[in-house]
Design a protein around this ligand. Structure first.
Ligand SMILES: [Zn+2]
Length: 356
């Protein structure tokens, strides 16, 4: 994550998960010869009596749990609790419980239930009236954090309160591997479609056993992108790509980060960040260069001793906070270090700089 969200901890939507906690701990893990209904809290009973889908699944899982021994029930309870400690799992403080260690029949019964909690349960009117809906929570999170771009990659489009609909919530620990946290909002993060679907998909982000960034962490390091432009590729860098053979390669624009730790490496691996940043720079490099060239042309006559370095500096200063500025600035800083280029702009300041 380039940036993390500040959570709105008092939002009621967080409490919907408590209902499911009650279901696991007070109903299923206490299953005995008594009827399932007798163990339900009044709120759960209300859902049980009015939502046939809910009743069917709750009853079926209860039936499976009745046949579990004490240790198997304990294992279920522990797995649910453990795999919902999202921050601790991300930080690597605890390890996730592998669900294949749970009773097979239980697993078969609970997976479809938890999957549908996100798509169905949260949409029910009684739930929305009490806990609020996903879109309202999304908009509140959006307003309080003020992100217009995806905090994960830093540039992907993120819908705002003025857009139609909302961007998808990413199950940060994917539903396929961590179904218990399907409606745990510590695990539901609005990020762009490319980060969510194209890059991350259903990969088990904890599989490598290394810590990963927690999207709602209270502290987060300032990640800076470092770009190293290879001077031998200069001509290709400042002119548009004319054919596939003259494509810029990753050894010509090298992307790196100021921080080299497990979390940053995990972020890069899961979301293919360096590679995507390289692509964005390669796509935009000519326009960025031309802006510096134009800046120099515009000011060299008007300002005494205006240098090419000044033009670089002025563009860098003006554009650092614009869209993709966090990539443009390190790219131009690296380009500026190339004395041959700076000299050529100073002498010609024209379009065919490198041919002169
Ligand atoms: Zn993104």
């Amino acid at each position: 994550m380039l940036k993390v969200y500040t959570a709105i901890e008092d939002n009621d939507i967080y409490k919907a998960h408590i209902l499911i906690e009650d279901l696991v701990n007070k109903v299923w893990c206490k299953a005995d010869n008594q009827q399932c209904k007798s163990k339900l809290t009044s709120e759960l009973k209300d859902l049980y009596e009015n939502q046939p889908w809910f009743e069917k699944h709750v009853r079926n899982i209860y039936r499976v749990c009745k046949n579990l021994n004490t240790n198997e029930k304990k294992a279920f309870k522990k797995a649910f609790k453990n795999n919902n400690r999202i921050e601790d799992l991300c930080e690597g403080v605890i390890k996730p419980v592998d669900l294949s260690t749970l009773d097979k029949e239980l697993l078969k019964a609970i997976k479809p239930f938890f999957k549908k909690l996100y798509t169905q349960f949260l949409e029910w009117k009684t739930i929305r009236d009490k806990y609020g809906d996903k879109k309202n929570y999304y908009d509140s999170l959006n307003i309080s954090n003020g992100f217009k771009e995806c905090p994960c990659c830093g540039y992907g489009d993120l819908k705002t309160i003025y857009s139609k609909g909302r961007s998808a919530f990413d199950h940060y620990l994917p539903l396929k591997h961590y179904p218990f946290s399907s409606i745990n909002f510590n695990n539901l993060v609005p990020i762009c479609t490319t980060c969510n679907s194209d890059e991350k998909g259903e990969v088990d982000v904890l599989k490598k056993g290394k810590p990963i960034y927690y999207p709602f962490a209270k502290t987060h390091p300032k990640i800076e992108v470092i770009v190293d432009v290879k001077s031998k590729a200069l001509k290709k860098l400042i002119e548009p790509t004319n054919d596939l053979k003259s494509k810029i390669t990753k050894s010509e624009i090298i992307v790196d980060f100021n921080i080299k730790d497990d979390k940053t490496e995990s972020w890069d691996r899961i979301f293919d960040i360096k590679s995507r940043y390289f692509g964005k720079i390669a796509d935009n490099r000519v326009g960025w260069f031309k802006k510096v060239d134009q800046q120099y042309k515009n000011y060299k006559e008007r300002i005494n001793n205006y240098s090419v370095e000044d033009a670089f500096e002025d563009v860098i200063k003006a554009d650092s906070n614009e869209h993709l500025g966090f990539l443009k600035v390190p790219y131009l800083n690296s380009l500026k270090l190339n004395t041959h280029l700076v000299k050529a702009i100073g002498e010609v300041s024209g379009s065919s700089i490198m041919n002169s």
